[in-house]
Design a protein around this ligand. Structure first.
Ligand code: ATP
Length: 254
């Protein structure tokens, strides 16, 4: 139960903070994860804490790509597990994507806690856990190079919310399609992914689930058309313009 009054202008934002702090206390979130959230939160403030039009366009293209992928995988870290475990499982079900736990700051105990919360929320199979299935992604130094040979390693598309730029690049070099949720349109991840959803994962993932369900009845040719019409670079440029107009509007009212 939160003590934050619903009338507080930053209610949602503070609720998200509470979830992360609880996730930290419960051993899901790394200290660095709290700081990474701070960077994202600042961008959310200037986005106006809402899902912008460019995010909706990216979500539609992401849903079409996931539905067309042969072997999609959702990569889960501590922040994502603390913020939206139920939605990760729902997205996995609606899109038939596997779930893999992959941590930047590797820690076996933390990994087990993340697995536990995902299972509590309905996940059946979770990759990235068995040592015998661990293999390396080339071109990256951090512990995130260790992936599951039946999960990310074998995938053709990886959904990486709140990712670090080096690994996004390594995934691209490994010929994977990369979809990210990142609040910072200027991050290396946002700039490197095939599809960058510039939105808070907490909001964007709900829209992605809805979009996957809606598009799941469409023909492949229709999904291919959606992807063909999407241009990530252009969409990111439009996103920065959206942020700029939002700031100008607010400056006028200040
Ligand atoms: P890069 O290496 O891609 O340039 P970075 O070093 O800024 O990025 P990290 O600190 O590894 O990135 O990860 C944090 C990223 O996740 C930031 O870009 C931040 O904006 C984003 N982020 C944090 N919290 C959220 C959230 N709730 N939803 C979406 N994005 C978030």
């Amino acid at each position: 139960m939160t003590l934050i009054p619903k009338s507080h202008p930053r209610f949602q934002s503070l609720l998200i903070r509470e979830k992360l702090v609880k996730g930290f206390d419960d051993g899901l979130v790394a200290k660095e994860g709290l700081l990474a959230h701070g960077r994202g939160e600042a961008f959310d403030y200037i986005l106006g804490e809402k899902t912008l039009k460019t995010a909706k366009i990216a979500i539609k293209a992401a849903a079409a790509s996931i539905l067309l992928a042969k072997n999609p995988v959702i990569s889960v870290n501590g922040n994502v597990a603390a913020l939206c475990p139920k939605e990760i499982v729902r997205l996995s079900k609606v899109s038939k994507a596997k779930i893999e736990v992959n941590l930047f700051y590797a820690n076996e105990k933390r990994k087990q806690k993340i697995v536990k919360i995902l299972k509590k929320n309905g996940a059946k199979e979770i990759f990235g856990v068995l040592k015998k299935n661990a293999t390396r992604l080339i071109g990256i130094d951090s512990s995130r190079r260790i992936v599951d040979k039946n999960g990310i390693f074998a995938s053709d598309l990886v959904i990486v919310p709140l990712e670090d730029g080096d690994r996004t690049l390594a995934l691209r070099r490994a010929k994977k399609q990369v979809i990210t949720f990142d609040l910072n349109p200027l991050s290396r991840t946002a700039q490197t992914a095939n599809i960058s959803i510039i939105d808070n994962v907490v909001r964007g993932i709900v829209e992605l689930i809805t979009e996957c369900a809606r598009l799941s009845t469409k023909k492949s040719s229709e999904l291919e058309k959606i992807i063909k019409n999407f241009d990530n670079k252009k969409n990111l440029t439009h996103n920065v313009i959206e942020i700029k107009s939002n700031l100008s509007r607010r400056a006028k009212n200040a």
